[in-house]
Design a protein around this ligand. Structure first.
Ligand SMILES: Nc1ncnc2c1ncn2[C@@H]1O[C@H](COP(=O)(O)OP(=O)(O)OP(=O)(O)O)[C@@H](O)[C@H]1O
Length: 339
């Protein structure tokens, strides 16, 4: 029957795959197959906060939608709390919550309270339990006192918190959070992270996708990095970072940088990665990651001679450095546990 037993992990994906057929052209229509997820396997233990990271189009949302029964896998299997997602989708849905970032999924013309009442009804929350549960959740996500306002007047951060409350109405054991902090300001994002941590501390298993590496580093027990539909590495944030721990990372704030300077820096011996991020009208922050032992400081400053250098500093390699190395190519020296 596929019923769960005690030692079951929260989520188990085995060789999970999903293809999409897309049609293009009008006069001579053609069908093309996109292999969005190609044989993904991982296990998430109960109570874990697990991150799924990857570039746009990597297959994160497709993976989540197979696990939460919104999409059928084209191959492989997945179990959530011991229930097979294809054979027992109703059992799975009853036990999971799904929260996604962005503007969809709430009724703008209704108040937060009415939104939650509506969804509580839809999710089959017992009538007597609805209002107490709604007030508990408003408290949890910090919206108490604002619940009678229409959602159309809510900020993005407030909407995201309301989304989380909605996803928790039926007390799910597993929560899928697909880019919950997208477009949210830093203060609201911090409040969201605290809510997520609080939920996890209460025992909710969480699968989180995010493009914010600092968020993943702070929150996740383990992380899987997916690219091109395939898991590249799975491990703790520390294990992922250990793959780049020996690298040298230099940050240079500089004014007047051109594409030619960047190209020359990239061509330097030992340089693995260069990124320039605008900080002010004229200035930008250059980040250069190089192999251990490469004398990057003097070589880089030689290339930038004549420009106004505001600041030069070194820093520890971060999860973002590890992520870029994993997604960017084979140079990553993974000491992390690979799938
Ligand atoms: N309904 C669909 N029809 C056709 N192709 C799709 C569909 N949904 C996703 N894809 C394709 O599948 C691949 C994986 O998409 P998916 O949305 O899972 O990626 P993602 O990692 O969640 O990306 P993002 O970070 O941009 O949200 C992409 O190439 C995408 O274009």
């Amino acid at each position: 029957m596929g019923l769960p037993h005690g030692a079951n992990p929260a989520i188990e994906a085995v060789n999970l795959s999903r293809s999409y057929q897309i049609r293009s052209g009008w006069l001579r229509p053609r069908t093309k197959t996109i292999d969005a997820v190609r044989g993904v396997s991982f296990t998430i233990e109960r109570g874990e906060l697990f991150g799924l990271l990857g570039p746009n189009g990597a297959g994160k949302t497709t993976t989540i939608k197979m696990l939460n029964t919104l999409l059928l896998p084209t191959d492989g299997t997945a179990r959530v709390l011991g229930f097979d997602v294809t054979e027992h989708p109703v059992e799975v849905r009853r036990r999971i919550g799904y929260v996604f970032g962005g503007d969809k999924g709430l009724y703008d013309r209704l108040s937060a309270l009415d939104n939650l009442r509506y969804f509580a009804e839809l999710y089959g929350v017992e009538a007597a339990r609805q209002l107490p549960r709604i007030h508990e959740l408003l408290e949890l996500v910090g919206l108490s006192g604002r619940e009678r306002e229409r959602v159309e007047g809510y900020s993005r951060g407030m909407r995201q918190r309301l989304h989380i409350a909605r996803g928790l109405l039926h007390e799910p054991e597993v929560l899928f959070l697909d880019e919950p902090s997208i477009g949210v300001d830093p203060v609201a994002a911090r409040a969201l992270r605290e809510t997520v941590e609080g939920l996890n501390a209460q025992g909710v298993t969480i699968l989180l996708t995010t493009h914010y590496m600092a968020e993943a580093d702070e929150l996740c027990d383990r992380i899987a990095v997916i690219a091109d539909g395939v898991i590249q590495v799975i491990g703790t944030p520390e294990a992922l970072k250990s793959g780049v721990a020996a690298d040298t990372v230099v940050e240079i704030e500089v004014a007047g940088l051109t594409g030619e300077h960047e190209a020359s820096l990239r061509a330097l011996s030992g340089v693995l990665w260069v990124e320039a991020e605008k900080t002010e009208a004229q200035a930008c922050l250059l980040t250069i990651r190089a192999k251990a032992g490469a004398d990057i400081y003097s070589a880089a400053l030689g290339i930038l001679a004549g420009l106004h250098i505001v600041r030069v500093s070194g820093r520890e390699p971060s999860l973002e450095d590890a992520y870029v190395a994993i997604v960017g190519g084979p140079a990553y020296r993974a000491s992390a546990e690979t799938p």
